[in-house]
Structures are given as C-alpha cells and as structure tokens.
Design a protein around this ligand. Sequence first.
Ligand code: ADP
Length: 300
Amino acid sequence: SVVVIGSANLDLVYEVERIPAPGETVLSRGLASFPGGKGNNQAIAAARAGAETRFIAALGRDAAADELAAQARAAGITLLDRRVDAPTGTAVIFVDRKGENSIVVNSGANAALVDLTEAELAEIAAADVMVVQLETPLDTVTAAIRAARAADTVVVLNAAPSGAFPEALLAEVDILIVNEHEAAELAGEPAGTGERSLMSVLTAHGCDVVITLGADGAFVGGRGADPVKVAAFPVEVKDTTGAGDVFVGAFAASLDRTADERSLVAATEFATAASAIAVQRKGAGPSIPTLDEVRSLLDS
Ligand code: ADP
C-alpha cells in the first residue's frame, strides 16, 4: 500500500487570456474550485492508478475541509485527517490559453501538520511506499522519512515546491522526484544547468533520482546505472496544472504494485503515461487518470 503525507488545498482556478504581469489587471473568463494541494493530488493519483492509498493531512474546521473529505472518499482514499484551528489550505491558480499556469498557495491548516502521532507513525511503518513533498513543515517531512526508513517503507520524496531542503537528508531518501527547476535548486546549481550535471550531483547522495522535463519527458538515474531518458507522449496540452503530482502519485502506485512494475524505469514509464493523460484535461484533481486509462495508453 501507499501512504502519502502532505498538503491538502482547495484550488481556485481562474481561466485567463494571459497571466498578469506585476501591476497588471486581467479579467478571468471563468472560475472553478477543485480539490488540490500536492499531497492530496498525489494521493488521488496513486489511488486512481490502482494503489490502496492512505493520506495523512491537516484540515481546518470549515466547509472546504468537508469538501476535500468528500472528494477523498469519492477517489477511494482513506483520509487520515486532523482538524485544526486554521483555515483549510487554498491555492489560487491562473491558467492561460496555452495551458501554462501560475500559482499562489496559502498553507493555512497545512502548517499544523506537525508532531506525527503514534497512529500516524504506525501507518507509515505499515505501508510499502511513502510519498512526501515540501508543502508541509520540514520537521514533519524529516520525521516521516526517518520513520519510514526504520520500517523499510520505500521513501519517495517529491522535493516540491523548491525551497530549503537539507541536501544531506537525501541520503535517507530512496527515490527523489523533481522537475528541472527544483533539481537545480536542490543541487545548488544555477538555473539552466543541464540534466546530466544535476543528475550526477543529486545521485551522489546515494538516492535514485527522477528529473521531470515537461514535454521532454523524464531523466532517470541512480545507484550505479547510467541515467536514461524516458520520452514524453506527444499530446495536445490543455492544462499542465498538477502534471508533476500525477506523475509522482502514479509512480508510487507503480512501485507498490508488482515486481515487474517496481523498477525505476518501469515506474517512470507508467508515470509518464499517466501525466500525459492529465495534461490533455483541464484542472488538477479532475484530470487524474485511472489505471485502465494509463494502461490503454501504454498499450497503444
Ligand atoms: P511539474 O509540473 O512538476 O513542473 P513537469 O512539467 O516536468 O513537472 O511535468 C511532469 C511530467 O508530466 C513530465 O515528466 C511529462 O511526463 C508530463 N508532461 C508535462 N508536460 C507535458 C507535455 N507538454 N506533453 C506530454 N507530457 C507532459
């Protein structure tokens, strides 16, 4: 099974002609709200991709929390939520005509996901694969990584959004998944550094690494093996919101499944197919594909 620990947000998606520059006002063509947050999206993606999934998150005592809980139930996730005295996290997302996005997040209740309980630690120990990201407090991420390691639960870290993650802690991660921007930040290299250099800096910590490259696919490397490129599917893009989250969730589900889908490259291929489906659809949550959809793209 998969356990995801992380953020849950209500996403407010504004459709705009173009993303406003500083000082500029643009009119939105429409507004819709969806469940979001990296943790939530990754949990939904893992569940839709066929994994038995539990999701540990902090929510407020408000209507947004009830909406997120209902959505989790519908997605087949077991939500292990704490209700705290802070508003449920929200994200404001602008999506332009080309499907590019720009996002502002208010963490709200997500900041209260601290001091993992005995019950939460037991869930981590019982899972086969644990997925964490960086939208919840770093101390919690660190504690979760240590608990997973002690219990032989495979640790998947999506070091997103980029920020202060102690590079030394990568030694305790099994698989790191980052986009190019996050990879450069984490490696302490300037933006635009080639993926080969980033790969060698990051794998030097002893973890396997997947660097996602948008329309160029993903670059996979790690322990001993030469890095390989997995090509993206050529698809017509509607909205890339959450593409990285679908990638991470589907990747975890693939790792959790069967021995032949457990390899790094096989999981990357599965995740590449899942995210290719997601970018052809609008929104984050609703665009997440099912196992059957991913398999039929892989078989096509
Ligand atoms: P993030 O959304 O975290 O920045 P990426 O942009 O690298 O991450 O996207 C994650 C994955 O989604 C990519 O590795 C790729 O498989 C898929 N993807 C993203 N954009 C496209 C696209 N334009 N066409 C096909 N696949 C895409």
